[in-house]
Design a protein around this ligand. Structure first.
Ligand code: 3UK
Length: 532
């Protein structure tokens, strides 16, 4: 299909075809036409189908309908094209907390045939500079409140010529002055729609390239099979739209199903429950650590509207699943996704949960566990997780493509085992396995055991160098009750020895006030390792 992009930078910097994963479109709902713009599917089609008067976005300062969201996205698209000179295929940096302006900006860039590059609100000038230069970003739309780091980055960003800040009177007036009609650019289904940078913890950031078709495919896989949302659902949650977990769960999924999204800029556990209560939200997206915090204060709010809860970003320990179910009555839907895959590919419904498992390959995806010779492991044997489906990894000009894609499979970097029934059990990140005195120990399993102890609020387990054993298991523990010290350490060690194979118990325990986490809720194990 002929590209609509005038600027072909992103296409030109895709990996060579031979290094692409195998793409599979095995379901009837994945048979897409050759031309599609994801914003036309998510927004224009909904308005055309008569949903214009339904609420699309709810926010603390008001609501907006599908028709109003479309008009705002159109005005912003006109600003991009008429005043900022955007050409289809140009990369546009987007930066702001989750709110209606930000949502409209994403849709505006898609409509104009631009390529969205979302950036996490907490990124600093150095990281922004790397992203702008890697993706050769030409335009930026940014919330005025987050201008400082972007301005600091600009001198090091020669390609970035056009920057506008919203919530700035001049820009807001220019947006308001634009026509509210815009002809959505008729992109090819395989024109690039976004470049998502991985929240990876080490090394230079990797840009993962996703097409318009991929954005629609993520809506037609996980939510369709595991969430089954309806028009009356109200989505809410914490992941930033710059994280594809949030882009799907808090913008694309609700629009695809004609539902609505409640966008809130910042959450504490308390304000999240207040917001669920206020908006009568029905579907929640957040990370395991937030579910632990919510469970502790659940009873203080009326949360009767909530039906479904999705957890992703890191492993959900069974102890957290049980803690949350006791508090809320809700069985969490766990799902593993990756920026490379754009969204979730292994998950389950509340009815098909299996304790300790992430779930099964969702319809549309295949998953397997491979041994060191790239052969499938027998059930119960730990190996490397490999997946394929309608979406997959295409790094922007990056040698690391060869690590992630092997023989057509996407290799996520996770150690998993599969049982006889096709359920996948997370062990650890492949490079996080602890080898102590010849034993392979998965840190998350030890964390799961510790979390089942009533005194433990949060914990992180890593291997630290040891003369005698090569490595020993060390646990960093945040307590919710009890006193840190020798006696508590002893009690926790005994508890672990009673719950899992005794050799896995943490020989060292350090009590801390908090654990280092990324903006996406992931424990930063490398920081724990370097502090020991
Ligand atoms: C880990 C999980 C166990 C796993 C993501 C949903 O997390 C997302 O993307 P990232 O690129 O990280 C990917 C890696 O995170 N992980 C994520 N979910 C789980 N491990 N159980 C889980 N449920 O190591 C994976 O390889 O930041 C998640 C949707 C979109 C996403 N981008």
């Amino acid at each position: 299909m002929k590209t609509a992009h005038v600027d072909t930078f992103a296409r030109d910097n895709l990996p060579p075809r031979g290094q692409w994963p195998e793409f599979r479109f095995d379901l009837p709902e994945l048979q897409y036409p050759g031309r599609m713009n994801c914003a036309a599917v998510l927004l224009d089609d909904q308005v055309r189908a008569g949903h214009g008067d339904r609420i699309a976005i709810r926010a603390p300062d008001g609501e907006c309908t599908y028709a109003q969201l479309q008009a705002q996205a159109n005005r912003m698209a006109n600003l991009l094209v008429q005043e900022m000179g955007l050409k289809p295929g140009n990369r546009v940096l987007l930066r702001g907390p989750n709110n209606p302006m930000m949502a409209a900006a994403w849709l505006a860039v898609f409509k104009a045939g631009g390529i969205c590059v979302g950036t996490m609100p907490l990124l600093r000038a150095k990281e922004l500079t790397e992203i702008v230069n890697k993706a050769q970003i030409t335009h930026a739309l940014c919330d005025r409140r987050l201008d400082a780091e972007l301005e600091l980055a600009r001198p090091g960003c020669p390609t970035l010529k056009q920057v506008r800040y919203w919530y700035d009177d001049a820009t807001d007036a220019r947006i308001a002055a634009q026509p509210d009609a815009f002809d959505t650019v008729d992109t090819a289904a395989d024109d690039v729609a976004l470049i998502a940078f991985t929240s990876g913890t080490t090394g230079k950031p990797k840009g993962t390239v996703h097409f318009h078709r991929d954005v629609v495919a993520m809506c037609d896989c996980f939510p369709r099979s595991c969430l089954k949302p309806g028009k009356d659902d109200i989505f809410i949650g914490s992941p930033p739209l710059a994280f594809t977990f949030g882009l799907g769960g808090l913008l694309c999924f609700p629009l695809r199903f004609g539902a609505s999204t409640a966008l809130v800029e910042r959450f504490t556990p308390e304000s999240m429950l207040e917001a669920i209560q206020k908006f009568r939200a029905t579907i929640l997206f957040t990370a395991p650590t937030m579910y632990r915090a919510l469970a502790a204060i659940w009873n203080n709010y009326d949360l009767s509207s909530l039906r479904k809860c999705v957890s992703a970003g890191e492993a959900l320990p069974d102890a957290t699943r049980q803690l949350f179910r006791l508090a809320s009555g809700i069985e969490i839907i766990d799902g593993i996704g990756a920026t490379e895959m754009i969204h979730i590919f292994i998950s389950h419904t509340p009815e098909t949960v299996r304790r300790g498992a992430t779930g099964r390959a969702i319809p549309g995806y295949q998953a397997t566990v491979l041994d060191e010779h790239a052969k499938p492991c027998a059930p119960g044997v730990v190996g490397r997780l490999a997946v394929k489906g309608p979406t997959g990894c295409r790094y922007l000009a990056d040698e690391r493509q060869r690590n992630y894609v092997q023989d057509g499979w996407n290799i996520t970097g996770d150690a998993y085992l599969m049982d006889e029934d096709g359920y996948f059990f997370y062990q650890a990140r492949t490079d996080d396995m602890i080898i102590s005195a010849g034993y392979n120990i998965a840190g998350p399993e030890v964390e799961g055991a510790l979390l089942a102890h009533p005194a433990v609020a949060e914990c992180g387990v890593v291997g630290v160098p040891d003369e005698e054993r090569g490595m020993v298991v060390k646990a960093y523990v945040v307590l919710k009750s009890g006193v840190p010290g020798e006696a508590m350490a002893k009690a926790l060690q005994e508890h672990v020895k009673r719950s899992i194979a005794p050799y896995k118990y943490p020989r060292q325990i350090e009590f801390v006030a908090a654990l280092p986490r990324t903006e996406t809720g992931k424990l930063q194990r490398y920081k724990l390792r370097t502090t020991s």
